[in-house]
Design a protein around this ligand. Sequence first.
Ligand code: PEP
Length: 254
Amino acid sequence: MSRSVLIAANWKLNPNTLKGSQELASGVSEGIKDKKSSKVEVAFCVPAIYLQAIESIIAKSPIKLGGQNLYFEEKGAFTGEISAPMLTDIGAKYVVLGHSERRTLFAETDELISKKAQVSLKHNLIPIVCVGETLEQREKNETDSVIISQLNKSLKSVETNGDNLVIAYEPVWAIGTGKTCSSEEANRVCGLIRQGLAKLYSKEIAEKVLILYGGSVKSNTIKEQMQQSEIDGALVGGASLIVDEFVQLVLNAG
Ligand code: PEP
């Protein structure tokens, strides 16, 4: 089956001015206009405070908007949080959930991520659910069991038709470190994730889910990564903050 390709930019806590975020979004939008393959979809997952400004810049382009997190309650007394209906209302298509930075720095559990994924789907937001092992777990040969456990628990009670779910395999040791997982190994783990999805749902559904690789993806790594049968795109941190680099990465992905 030929799946589409998704290149999702995860801006994290950057840039630190509105002007900087607008320049980044318009620079990338201009750079890929009329050049990127129609098979490749690009999404900007931006800090909540910039969602509206970025939405107005990309409104007339094919670039999609995404959040980086949400709270599982839909409204109420939860100071500082943003909800799924807020993200949908502002025009987001995606939301990143369970990024390793949220798991480690903000103590997010698989159980919490599952609640967030459920509310996302209820509001027509496509969750990009992140899973990945630490270096210690990899060295102890625990990669496969960690990935399957995170997948099963984060997707508990999450219903999907396959078109409305994205999984990102992000080995923690490769995020922001310049160390990429070899394409063959990334492909192997993405294949393991697809097998896990087939057990949770069905083979048909698993074949539809986009599985991204994330971890120091650059314009000069993406071609080889995209040649792998189980890798359907990338979740990109650092390289998504540099206009020329991200434009080149998107063009090389197609
Ligand atoms: C990420 O933030 O999800 C990520 C993969 O970051 P980087 O590309 O910088 O490693």
